[in-house]
Ligand binder design. Sequence first.
Ligand code: HEM
Ligand SMILES: *[C@@H]1O[C@H](CO)[C@@H](O)[C@H](O)[C@H]1NC(C)=O
Ligand SMILES: *[C@@H]1O[C@H](CO)[C@@H](O)[C@H](O)[C@H]1NC(C)=O
Length: 348
Amino acid sequence: MKVSVAAVAVALLAAAAVLMTVPAPAEGSGHHLKVGYYDKKCRGVENVVKYHVAKAIKANRKAGAALVRLIFHDCFVRGCDGSVLLDPTPANPHTEKTAPINIGLAAFEVIDEIKAAVEARCPGTVSCADIVIYAARDAASILSNGHVHFDAPAGRLDGVVSLAADAQRDLPDSTFTIEELIHNFKRKNFTVEELVILSGAHAIGVGHCSSLRARLTAPPSQIVPAYRNLLAGKCAAGPDPIVPNNVRDEDPAAVAAAFPSFLKKLRKVKDFLDNSYYHNNLARIVTFNSDWQLLTEKEALGHVKEYAENGTLWDEDFSDALLKLSKLPMPHGSKGVIRKNCRCVSHY
Ligand code: HEM
Ligand SMILES: *[C@@H]1O[C@H](CO)[C@@H](O)[C@H](O)[C@H]1NC(C)=O
Ligand SMILES: *[C@@H]1O[C@H](CO)[C@@H](O)[C@H](O)[C@H]1NC(C)=O
């Protein structure tokens, strides 16, 4: 069939006119994020978030670590859409937070507190997805004494889909090999260097013994025996106790008993977000198999050494990597809303 150029042009113009008059569906794509997105829509919202994050960390520094983990676990699964915050319901009993890979995920009540304060100020305006990003950014900044910092663009929408199976598929497991870790990060367009940079977040927070089980029998080439003994002792103390991710935050008594040579390296301020993870890693004193695995591949090892040597470089590159993480978009065409309560989709 022969169609004249003019007829095609008319058809295209008509199609364009329709596209312009039909309002675009709310889509949670990451392409319209803007620094200062709420400047006019909800003035001062970033200060409100910061106030509540600072308060939570003052009460318990562990809340800060939990918020830093939350950005990763939200953004790697269906993009940064607050889907990790959704509670299970009879209609959807297996939301992301019920996934085994999300063991230990915390600080949900800090997000609730922020959301409540923000709703009181500007109802129905600020997404839970943006609150997760602002809160993680502020937590990282506070725990690093301001060395980790970046301007966080906003304008995300909250997703309505949350499935444990998606979390299991998209998040890395502590038992992963270096090949599996690299592949997992590559799927989200993150490089080997960024894998190393982001793993440095394990300078803070805690892990369950079930997440480091294999390390308790790993050979001395993979973990310093004195540290392994320390972990084994702690892990024998209950069904699934938690231990600090960073050996420098261990109890002095446990270190004195199992690993006295390390006593002088303990930190005064726990959960301080710095490059100590890389020093610990090179010394084979890290908790997770996935941490140690970074030493087993040439490029990754090079970056571990690089960040051990230059803490300022890590502060900067970690800030950039968190910013990149914060831009992971929802799957194309996903529905986006602004929830009233971050834990459920039914109240928007
Ligand atoms: C590279 C792959 C990664 C693996 C395999 C991994 C694995 C884990 C595991 C198993 C835990 C302990 C969970 C528990 O047993 O309670 C943990 C904790 C943590 N992870 Fe990761 N992680 C990875 C990357 C990241 C990234 C990219 C970040 C953030 C940028 C991050 C931040 C944290 C933080 C802050 C904690 C402590 C949380 C708390 O104390 O509440 N991790 N991670
Ligand atoms: C990764 O990059 C490719 C090519 O630019 C893009 O099509 C894909 O959506 C990106 N993946 C994610 C998870 O952002
Ligand atoms: C460490 O990194 C910072 C930030 O990139 C850079 O300015 C500085 O020159 C580096 N220091 C050393 C000793 O290489």
